[in-house]
Design a protein around this ligand. Structure first.
Ligand code: PPE
Length: 304
């Protein structure tokens, strides 16, 4: 159970957590079309601080644009509401979930006049793949489910319905005794985790999948920038599952997952089975950065 907070922002006003209800005929609940974001706020010496708020709100509007959903608020209004949601709940550190969905009205696949609704909730959410996962790395399984074709599932939009595929993969992995799934794309190349992007390191070269079959992760972009600033070579180039097997290091990135090392894929030990040197370095810079301890990336932070 996620811990309750006091209030949730719904369509322009705060309501009590327990009153944040929708009708059972809410359109998105039936057909899966809604777009959302996942944002983290960290405790820093200057109070709660939201990581890359502008980028998340931009992606939320891009997602809405792709799926022809008209958000009845401006970017500025949504940004302000996100900050307010953290503030009114007096949260120091939290995960923030803005959701845009199609409300109650007509049923069927062309809900022309149904209202477009927006909700923003925040709650404390610890390490997505466990504290131990962050520290020691996780065990991953290549999924038997693939990431949908780019013309079936859009890749640049963070859309609710896509996560049906992610849940199939995640359930399969967990029920088989792994921590997370890694999905291949329709051509057979590595795409991404159920809710994370992937990086591998081999002979000092860092590789991550190109934007053809993945969500453009905001954490991914941050890690590419940090790694290049640290003078590492980073290539956005597709790779195969066996290249992951023989990589020296591998890790997942995501707002929820942060930087989670991968220590094993399909029973193949990655490197020596411990988080690698480059992974640990990037992870530590990332945490310094989100926690406001690295002044170089201060422009990525929004104080609450
Ligand atoms: N790929 C997918 C499919 C994905 O869902 C996420 C985030 C990412 C990549 C990484 O994107 P970014 O967070 O911008 O670095 N997944 C979100 C949802 C997790 C959930 O279980 O809910 C997240 O991390 O917030």
């Amino acid at each position: 159970m996620i811990p309750k907070t006091e209030k949730i922002w719904m369509d322009g006003a705060f309501v009590k957590w327990d009153d944040a209800q929708v009708h059972v005929l809410t359109h998105s609940l039936h057909y899966g079309l809604g777009v959302f974001e996942g944002i983290r706020c960290y405790e820093t010496s200057e109070g709660p601080t939201i990581f890359k708020l502008d980028d998340h709100i931009e992606r939320l509007f891009d997602s809405a644009h792709i799926f022809l959903l008209e958000i009845p608020f401006t970017r500025q209004e949504i940004k302000k509401a996100v900050v307010e949601t953290v503030r009114v709940n007096r949260l120091k550190e939290c995960y923030i979930r803005p959701l845009v969905y199609i409300g109650y009205g007509a049923m069927g696949l062309y809900p022309k006049d149904n209202p477009i609704k927006v909700a923003i909730a925040a709650w404390s959410w610890g390490a997505y793949l466990g504290e131990e996962g962050l520290e020691k790395g996780i065990r991953v399984k290549i999924s038997s489910f693939i990431r949908g074709h780019v013309n079936a599932n859009m890749t640049r939009g963070k859309v609710c319905g896509y996560y049906v595929n992610s849940q199939l993969a995640k359930k399969e992995a967990v029920l088989s005794g792994y921590d997370e799934a890694l999905l291949l794309d329709t051509a057979g190349f590595v795409s991404e985790g159920s809710g994370e992007n992937i990086f591998i390191v081999r002979n000092g070269l860092i590789k991550t999948t190109p934007l053809t079959s993945i969500l453009e992760g905001i954490t991914r972009n941050s890690i590419i920038e940090i790694a290049r600033d640290e003078n590492f070579r980073v290539e956005e180039r597709r790779f195969t599952r066996d290249e992951v097997y023989i990589s020296d290091e591998a890790f997942f990135t995501g707002t929820a997952a942060e930087i989670t090392p991968i220590r094993e894929v399909d029973e193949r030990i990655i490197g020596d089975g411990n988080p690698g040197r480059i992974t640990k370095k990037l992870q530590s810079i990332y945490f310094d950065c989100v926690k406001g301890r690295n002044k170089k990336y201060e422009s990525w932070l929004t104080r609450v």
